[in-house]
Design a protein around this ligand. Structure first.
Ligand code: ADQ
Length: 468
């Protein structure tokens, strides 16, 4: 198998407090296993033409980072990627804004990525492009003569054609995806939604058996590769972290109260406002828990220069303030709401200490925090996961308490059920979820995707490419 080259919008260079984000966690775990190159934007914006990539090598992984022009970054990242594709793909039409200027910047930045990446490529490379920021990259790499197998993985949901059609350039977007040899999605739902788009453009005959798709004389593979976590690593991290000072202090501060916890990037798709409302409803409906439960919400700020994110931040501060104002006592705060990052190991310790994990996104590609919560639990006395049916993870974690995140009464009831669940039921649910997490762990995700790419090298797409 050739060298793995991962490409993503943003690269997080290894440092003590890792930048939060599921994509970074997934790619880094994959690259640490196989070695290889990670290419992307380094996080700096400049006023002049970007130069050659900066190269750093750490623990067998080569990081190649480029800078972006400030003006283009605004239009491409804040604009097209996060004010258009992100809301559209998460079914939030109200948050979406289309601009031709932003569309052009999206194309230009993808062209820049292709232009800077091509000189770094080696003859045996397998190229794996990540996420919605870089959908056109496959086409642009092919235009620059790249013949190697190209894979694309979408970390977020893929919308059904009836939603996708809202985008004026939806046909180009679908066509761009067909330039890859392997297109990967988190769940069957996303794959079906992609099929609905392909059928709309090319007719039902384009969908072939064995997860293949024919477009003109090309055949590609579109398949489901649910991202997983490193179960053993999370278990040992969480066991070690529980003894650290910071986790001990948090546990001591609970004064033996129940702990409900969740960690999300501060994003409207994560359903935080609805969750705060449900928690307030829980305290109203089950007053016996007043003063006896602490809810810790960790939500580091993200995309702070995108308008919708300032709005959600304000709404949450108000919601937390309302609940705390109404229910807090001199020695108890119902919600501890923290806008900050913690080292991943510390988070694992917090998760292990919790009785309840409340993971209720309004829409989520997968949601790694749900999986991390399950892996971090004490297998002999596990906590209970409450999980949104609208998170990709609900497909695998069906032994969680599944809830509709908009249904505040159902979420409140689930919290009550979780807190009173007998040990035997907690054990049964936890064991069944752990088994699935082990089967679909991060190593399996990487291996399956790379096998698919490797197969593409000798398979249909290559033959078709050579013939064309
Ligand atoms: P995200 O939307 O970023 O990922 P998620 O899957 O929950 O969401 O991953 C977040 C990751 O960041 C987790 O590993 C979490 O532990 C970590 N994290 C969060 N807050 C942190 C903090 N304060 N400090 C340190 N680490 C923190 C996108 C998609 C998801 C999909 C992933 C992976 O939106 O649906 O699951 O990619 O494909």
């Amino acid at each position: 198998m050739g060298r793995l080259v991962c490409v993503s919008n943003r690269i997080s260079l290894p440092r003590k407090t890792a930048a939060p984000g599921g994509l970074a966690v997934g790619i880094l775990t994959a690259l640490k296993r196989t070695g290889g190159l990670w290419f992307g934007w380094g996080g700096e914006t400049i006023e002049h033409e970007p130069g050659d990539p900066d190269i750093h090598i750490r623990e067998g992984v080569t990081y190649a980072t480029i800078d972006l022009r400030q003006s283009e970054y605004e239009l491409y990242y804040n604009g097209y990627a996060n004010d258009l594709l992100w809301p559209l793909f998460h079914y939030f039409l109200r948050g979406m804004r289309y601009s031709v200027e932003e569309r052009d910047a999206y194309e230009n930045v993808n062209r820049l990525f292709a232009h800077k990446l091509v000189p770094l490529l080696q003859p045996q490379d397998l190229i794996w492009v990540h996420d919605y920021h870089l959908i056109p990259l496959g086409r642009l790499l092919r235009e620059q003569g790249v013949q190697r197998p190209l894979g694309f993985f979408l970390h977020i949901p893929f919308p059904n054609i009836e939603m996708l059609r809202v985008l004026p350039t939806y046909a180009e977007l679908l066509l761009d995806l067909t330039h890859y040899d392997v297109v990967g999605f988190q769940t069957e739902n996303d794959l079906r939604a992609f099929h609905s788009g392909i059928e709309h453009l090319f007719g039902p005959e384009a969908i072939l058996p064995n997860n293949r798709i024919r477009v003109g004389d090309r055949v590609l593979r579109a398949d489901v590769f649910p991202i997983g976590v490193d179960v053993e690593a999370l278990q040992s991290k969480s066991v070690a972290a529980i003894e650290t000072d910071v986790v001990r202090r948090m546990i001591d501060s609970l004064m033996s109260r129940d702990l409900m916890i969740v960690v999300d990037r501060l994003d409207y798709s994560k359903g935080l406002v609805e969750r705060f409302t449900a928690y307030q409803h829980f305290l109203e409906t089950y007053p016996e828990h007043i003063g006896r439960i602490t809810y810790i919400q960790i939500a580091p700020l993200s995309r702070t220069d995108v308008r919708a994110y300032a709005d959600i931040r304000r709404a949450l501060e108000q919601a937390a303030g309302r609940t705390n104002g109404r229910f807090a006592d001199t020695d108890w705060t119902p919600i501890r709401y923290l806008n900050r990052n913690f080292p991943h190991a510390t988070l694992c310790g917090f998760l292990r200490a919790a009785n309840v994990g409340l993971v209720t996104p309004l829409r989520d590609g997968m949601n790694l925090v749900a999986k991390e919560f399950v892996a971090a639990q004490d297998p002999e006395n596990p906590g209970v996961l409450i999980l949104s049916t609208l998170a990709g993870a609900a497909r695998e974690l069906s032994a969680a308490l599944l809830v509709n995140p908009y249904d505040t009464r159902a979420v409140a009831h689930a919290i009550q059920t979780a807190l009173s669940m007998p040990l035997s039921e907690r054990l049964e649910r936890h064991q069944s979820m752990l088994q699935i997490l082990r089967r679909n762990d991060i190593a399996a995700w990487t291996r399956r995707f790379l096998e698919a790419l490797d197969e593409a090298e000798g398979g249909d797409s290559k033959r078709v490419r050579a013939a064309s």
